[in-house]
Write a protein that binds this ligand. Structure first.
Ligand code: MOS
Length: 749
């Protein structure tokens, strides 16, 4: 029979399926779960950044009414170190378990933990712990020079060569190039500051541990805790139903998780630990500071001859977080001679961490800024310069790109922005008494899959259920999974239930690297297919079923109902009815898809691309700088949810505005404390700062990534935007700022 073609839920504006739960307050974030007998923990943080504890006096705190225990090195019990395993497992940035020794490496390092019947008592007890230190002068120096280290260094994810990428002879090509730029760009320490602070609640039942945690990766967290407490992974369960964002700070577990778990083990009751905003600046990561020297050599016509990027970033005394600023460099442009190197500089600051677009965001700020400066040197249009140097293949690997439409991004962006009206002369463009500045930059982000698994159930109440041990950090994963299951089964979106954030489900990906959704596509499709196959088997074997004694392969499942391909036996039997005939509550299909990330023999270079066009307004009389208008064009394959997708890019652009003009964590030279450790003093871009943002997606499905051709979009929107803004600032003011954030005083010249 002729089927009415159903409109696919893929590639459409789709409102969040979890929206009503969020706006009505039904959605349960980690610290919304309450347990009988639960106790509250508040950590004591070191008030020096370098030295050691000489005396810890817990007596005054212990004797306070309502205090259950004050934990420290002598009484917390054994916590083992976790080590990385295959895939993304066993990963944490600060590998040293809390309280392992009395050495202080950074301000805010946990030295004790107060546990009490109420949060207020625990806070008072933590404040009453008296600590004496042997203090030394901390190193929080902002000027970076690489530490003396070997050519290959160990990082969180394994060994890395400090010469990251090399081809041709970049030094002599640079020396003989007719046109050169040679500048150093710096990006500051930035602190993630998600709305929801980090939070852990630990519950022991015998030798089984359940952790409610605000996490971007429940599966890895389970593995890390199993190692830290010497448990089989089956004995650990991690639950994360809703996350008030993370930006990378919740990707890998921090020391507060084992602390809460160890305390709960000792007191024999559930223990909750929620960080105060101030503590969010200490021991849960930040984007490291970077200094990047970029040298470009080109012909007078603008053809690149040489590209060198030498960067240094900070790390803590404990971690080996790698801030890969060179990640997007080797294939950004066609250039025969190239070299990318890095070095690291240890500081007495808490562990660095992935922060939205780690590595590539600061990296592309430097590279794209240098390209804009080269265009200026050449008196050439920066869009033309980029098009002239567009590579045909990934020249670092020699592989073709699976799908690259950078030139089209630039052309579409130029058109939408009105770039052809740009007058290149500094300060020459005016509107309504304001000086305008226009800038542009390109961007890219890796596209790949992590290993992912999930299940899809067709249930006798007419609902479809999808589940995976991944999590929605606010980006729309619940909705994407509902769309995927709906697309594959034809069951309408409002009949699809999604369950995430529980390690009891099949192992899903981290919400990181913009890879959660692309990783899950094939897994959900395979699970749906398997569930449908089981339903067909049930339909032909159940007595009383309209399809009894037919062949399963003659059946087709469309719009949530079963049809016979050849005979019109029945007019589409709903799956719930078939399940009832078969006396089944449900059929379940499991699906999984392998990782493509880290594939040692890739056939393609898989990346997403894009560009940003930015307008700033400048009022020199009152030194007022605003970002007024942004056009972003993104080539990220097929966009599954265009509404959430645009929101991701808009959010990233606003965050990029913060990166360019506002965000910077400052450290006190005397005690190493982050000084502006509050949301009043650490400035992030807010609604009032947000410009008009026009997001446009190209629509080229990339089937290398998954069946739909969807790549990720969480992070790419932040890449490049700061370079476009600083170029616009230069165009308006004539001032080239090479150290972020741009401050008003930089422009008062
Ligand atoms: Mo993102 S920094 O991979 O959470």
């Amino acid at each position: 029979m002729a089927m009415q073609q159903q409109v696919s839920p893929i590639g459409r504006d789709t409102v969040r399926v979890d929206g009503p739960q969020k706006v009505t307050g039904v959605a349960q974030y980690t610290s919304d779960f309450h347990f009988p007998g639960m106790l509250y923990a508040v950590p004591v943080g070191a008030t020096i950044a370098k030295g050691s504890i000489t005396w810890l006096d817990t007596k005054p705190a212990e004797t306070m009414p309502g205090v259950v225990a004050i934990f420290h090195r002598a009484n917390i019990g054994k916590i083992f170190r976790s080590i990385p395993g295959p895939g993304f497992s066993g990963i944490c940035e600060e590998r040293r378990p809390p309280f392992e020794d009395d050495i202080i490496r950074y301000y805010g390092q946990y030295i004790a933990l107060a546990v009490a019947e109420t949060f207020e008592t625990a806070k008072a007890a933590a404040d009453a712990v008296v600590t004496t230190y042997a203090s030394e002068e901390p190193n929080v120096e902002m000027q970076l020079e690489a530490d003396d280290e070997p050519d290959e260094v160990m990082t969180t994810f394994g060994p890395m060569k400090r010469v990251e990428s090399e081809r041709g002879d970049p030094q002599s090509a640079f020396a003989s190039a007719p046109v050169k730029v040679d500048h150093t760009y710096a990006t500051p320490f930035e602190t993630h500051n998600p709305m929801e602070p980090h939070s852990t609640t630990a519950i022991w039942e015998g030798s089984s541990l359940t952790l409610y945690e605000s996490s971007q990766g429940v599966v890895n967290l389970r593995g890390v805790l199993a190692q830290m407490f010497g448990l089989p992974v089956e004995n650990v369960r991690v639950i994360t139903k809703f996350v008030g964002s993370g930006f990378g700070s919740k990707l890998w577990p921090w020391t507060l998780c084992p602390l809460a778990a160890a305390a709960a083990r000792q007191v024999g009751a559930p223990v909750r630990l929620v960080l105060a905003r101030k503590m969010m600046f200490h021991a849960v990561g930040h984007r490291p500071r970077t200094q990047q020297r970029v040298r470009l050599g080109a012909t007078r016509e603008g053809k690149l001859l040489s590209l060198q990027q030498d960067y240094v970033y900070t790390r803590s005394m404990l971690d080996a977080h790698h801030e890969g600023c060179g990640e997007g460099t080797p294939f950004a442009y066609s250039v025969p001679n190239l070299r990318v190197t890095f070095g690291r500089a240890r500081r007495n600051i808490g562990g660095g961490a992935d922060m939205r677009g780690p590595g590539r965001v600061p990296g592309l700020y430097a590279i794209e800024s240098a390209m804009n400066e080269l265009a200026h040197e050449l008196n050439m249009d920066p869009v033309q310069l980029r098009i002239l140097n567009e590579p045909k293949i990934d020249e670092s690997s020699g592989l073709p790109f699976s799908s690259r439409h950078m030139v089209e991004c630039l052309q579409v962006g130029s058109e939408k922005f009105g770039w052809s009206k740009r007058d290149r002369a500094v300060g020459s463009m005016k509107r309504d008494g304001l000086t305008l500045g226009w800038g542009v930059a390109g961007c890219s982000w890796i596209a790949a899959r992590f290993a992912a698994a999930g299940y899809v159930q067709l249930r006798d109440d007419g609902s479809c259920r999808v589940a995976s041990a991944t999590q929605d950090i606010g980006t729309g994963t619940y909705t994407n999974l509902a769309q995927l299951a709906s697309a594959r089964t034809g069951i309408p979106l409002d009949k699809v239930e999604v369950e995430l954030g529980d390690t009891a489900f099949p192992e899903g990906p981290i919400s990181g690297g913009s890879m959660a959704t692309p990783s899950l596509v094939n897994a959900v499709f395979a699970a749906a297919d398997q569930a449908i196959e089981s339903l067909k088997t049930a339909a032909v074997s159940a007595p009383g079923s309209p399809f009894a004694n037919h062949k399963a392969e003659d059946l087709a499942f469309e719009k949530g109902a079963m049809f016979h391909k050849k005979d019109s036996i029945a007019k589409g039997v709903p799956f719930s009815e078939l399940l009832r005939h078969a006396k089944l509550r449900m059929v379940t299909g499991k699906g999984q898809s392998p990782a493509s990330f880290g594939n040692p023999e890739p056939k393609f270079s898989t990346q997403s691309f894009g560009c940003h066009f930015v307008e700033v307004t400048w009022q020199p009389e009152i030194a007022r700088l605003r970002v007024s208008r942004v056009v972003s064009v993104i080539d990220a394959g097929k966009i599954i949810n265009t509404l959430a997708g645009r929101n991701q890019i808009q959010g990233a652009v606003v965050m990029g505005l913060g990166m360019a003009l506002l965000e910077c964590t400052e450290y006190d030279r005397q005690n190493g404390a982050p000084i502006n450790s509050s949301l009043a003093d650490y400035l992030v871009a807010v609604n009032a700062d947000a410009p008009a943002i026009d997001v446009h997606f190209l629509d080229y499905p990339d089937k290398e990534i998954n069946e739909i051709g969807a790549r990720g979009i969480g992070e790419i929107g932040l890449a490049g935007i700061a370079a476009a803004i600083t170029d616009a600032v230069h165009h308006a003011t004539g001032v080239r700022v090479r150290e972020l954030p741009v401050r008003i005083e930089d422009l008062l010249v």
